[in-house]
Ligand binder design. Sequence first.
Ligand code: FES
Ligand code: FES
Length: 210
Amino acid sequence: MAEKDVAADAPSGVSRRNFIKGVIASGAAVSSAGYLWRASTLSGQQPSAPGSVERLITLNVNGRDRRVDVLKQETLATTLRYKLGLTGTKIGCDRAECGACTVLVDGVPRYSCSTLTHTMRGRKIVTIEGLAAADGKLHPVQQGVIDEQGFQCAFCMSGFIMATVGFLKTNPNPTRMELAHGISGNLCRCQDYDKILTALMCGAENLRKA
Ligand code: FES
Ligand code: FES
């Protein structure tokens, strides 16, 4: 799926640092209203399309139970972005190759584009929007990205951050090479890997200090 370059939308007069900070804090802050597929059957106002298979399920996302109407073949990335409005999760390849759609499922990084939403019942899902503290304080890995200005267009950023947060649960003090290997399932089409790694290593250090 083609995706708009978010950096290109930065209004003039807004510094790059502040723009990235805004994006990183909440991908959903960019109005998702236009993307939302309203779960019409939640309100019972519209009937299901003939022949379709729809089911109302509860997903635990970012600590909240969310009721959502999910098609049998629907992927988690689709549900998160287009039904729950959590557009911080990106869809790049949509075929388990780039990692842009990475979220945490029970603390483990997972490609949401290749995960059927129906299999997520009873699991705890965390997206980039769920990383910051309730008071708005960014997660240490997010702060590391801001400190080091680690991305160019930032399309891949959410996926890299989620993969790193998951990896650091298993190895909180990695070498640069270990971290590179740990997040090797994520690709950056801007190919800014050296800077990304520097930022994520900074994030790892922030986390150890936190
Ligand atoms: S969009 Fe899921 S791996 Fe690329
Ligand atoms: S895809 Fe542009 S910074 Fe990674």
